[in-house]
Design a protein around this ligand. Structure first.
Ligand code: PGA
Ligand code: ZN
Length: 433
């Protein structure tokens, strides 16, 4: 048996950054190398994601994951013991088969992902290779352009505004470190602006963004845009805005309800609203502008924004290959968010990313709103050459864990990993990339 064969798999219940239970897992190889990880969890989850298993009993308000933990210990672990950790696709195929459901709902996508990621990390540790280096099989490693959360609303911030996240995209920065520094400046300026308006500037949302009742979505966009300008950086050139509308969250039988403005819009109305935002503010990327199954409307919006802006599918694609393929065929978007826990295994997530890249889509590796102290996601972005990454704001340790890992890679890789800058943002005129 090879030294990199899986010798033992253990799991236990841990807490995510929102304080909800999640699955932690340690995989040990024959050579004693170990991979130990904690899986993330979303709040504004798409209905087409792989499905987490929750206990539904009285502990932790039904959110406990003891059944998922037990599934790792009694089914998934034994199924992969003896397999070579270096052969990730076989390990992940065995995990998928053990579950048997396409959405991994039998044993829980949280259980399956825990083993999949821990095996990957153990393999890198066994090789004494940084994870990003082990994963860079399809080209040289590439440091991603970050999208950094400034203001939050929706499910991440008590629905203070309807838009879930307004982010800074430091398009013009020359390095990852500079990008982070510029985003910090924008955030500090946004805090000052809130203080000036006697609004709370100390309340942070689930991903560390500022949360304030601004009364309208547009006012929030204006605040971030003004904050960019006030730092002396050029809006749209040095730093642009990213918007995660997360529209499925306010879509219902009556259409799209912008609760903070007391308005309801149909799809055509929301499209006009969003195109208007893009006309008035330096927006470079729009995520989930429409509900996850409103395909026709996506097509119309993409047509309107093509050549101007990145149109990014999160809940729309849910990191699922079949949904991405339909999106490419019907020209619904030009970029996809890659969340490993939406896919359920590292292999599945990578497959979606590779197919997206081959189809000319931009890819953005993303954390969840309930994340953990782990930093493996940063390595995925670098090794897979995603070109972009989104992990939240510049506060809260589960966010800075990923930023700090990227700072470390930039500093210690001694030029091995180039910085993507704006080169891989989709939908923008060439001279702006
Ligand atoms: P979630 O939010 O992790 O709560 O789904 C992140 C996002 O929508 O991008
Ligand atoms: Zn999203």
């Amino acid at each position: 048996m090879r030294e990199t064969a899986i010798a033992a798999v253990q799991a236990w219940e841990a807490l995510d950054s929102r304080g909800r239970p999640t699955v932690a897992c340690a995989v040990t190889l024959r050579d004693r190398a170990e991979g130990r990880i904690v899986v993330p969890s979303g709040m504004s989850t798409g209905s087409h994601e792989a499905v987490e298993l929750r206990d539904g009993d009285t502990r932790y308000g039904g959110q406990g994951v003891r059944r998922a933990v037990s599934n790792v210990m009694t089914v998934l672990g034994p199924a992969v013991v003896g397999l070579d950790a270096m052969d990730r696709s076989t390990v992940d195929a065995v995990l998928e088969q053990a579950d048997g459901e396409p959405d991994l709902s039998a044993l829980g996508a949280n259980a399956v992902l825990a083993v999949s990621v821990a095996v990957t990390v153990a393999a890198a540790n066994s090789n004494r290779t940084p994870l990003w280096r082990m994963l860079s099989t399809a080209g040289p490693p590439l440091l991603p352009l970050p999208m950094i959360n400034i203001l939050s609303g929706g499910a991440h911030a008590g629905r203070t505004i309807d838009i879930q996240d307004i982010l800074a995209i430091p398009l013009g920065a020359g390095s990852f470190a500079e990008a982070l520094e510029w985003a910090w400046s924008v955030r500090s300026q946004a805090e000052r602006e809130l203080r000036r308006r006697a609004l709370p500037w100390y309340l942070v949302a689930d991903e560390g963004g500022l949360a304030a009742r601004l009364g309208s979505n547009e006012r929030a966009l204006a605040l971030v845009s003004d904050s960019i300008a006030a730092t002396g950086l050029r809006p749209g050139i040095d730093v642009a805005i990213g918007v995660d509308v997360a529209a499925s969250q306010f879509h219902g039988p009556g259409g799209y309800r912008l609760a903070c403005e007391g308005r309801a819009l149909d799809a055509a109305g929301l499209i006009a609203e969003i195109v208007g935002w893009c006309d008035r503010y330096p927006i470079a990327s729009v995520e989930d502008p429409l509900a996850e199954d409103d395909w026709t409307a996506w097509q119309l919006l993409h047509e309107r924004l093509a050549g101007r802006c990145q149109v990014l599918g999160d809940d729309l694609f849910a990191t699922q290959l079949d949904r991405l393929r339909r999106g490419v065929a019907d020209s619904l978007a030009n970029a996809v968010l890659i969340k490993p826990n939406q896919a359920g295994t590292i292999t599945r997530a990578e497959r979606v990313l590779r197919e997206a890249q081959a189809s000319g889509y931009a890819t953005v590796v993303s954390a969840r709103s309930g994340d953990t102290e782990d930093s493996w996601l940063a390595d995925l972005a670098v090794g897979w050459r995603s070109g972009q990454i989104k992990v939240g704001s510049t506060t809260r340790a589960e966010r800075t864990a990923k930023w700090n890992r990227l700072l470390e890679i930039e500093s210690r890789s001694q030029g091995t990993a180039e910085y993507a800058g704006a080169s891989m943002v989709a939908g923008r005129p060439r001279e702006h990339r």
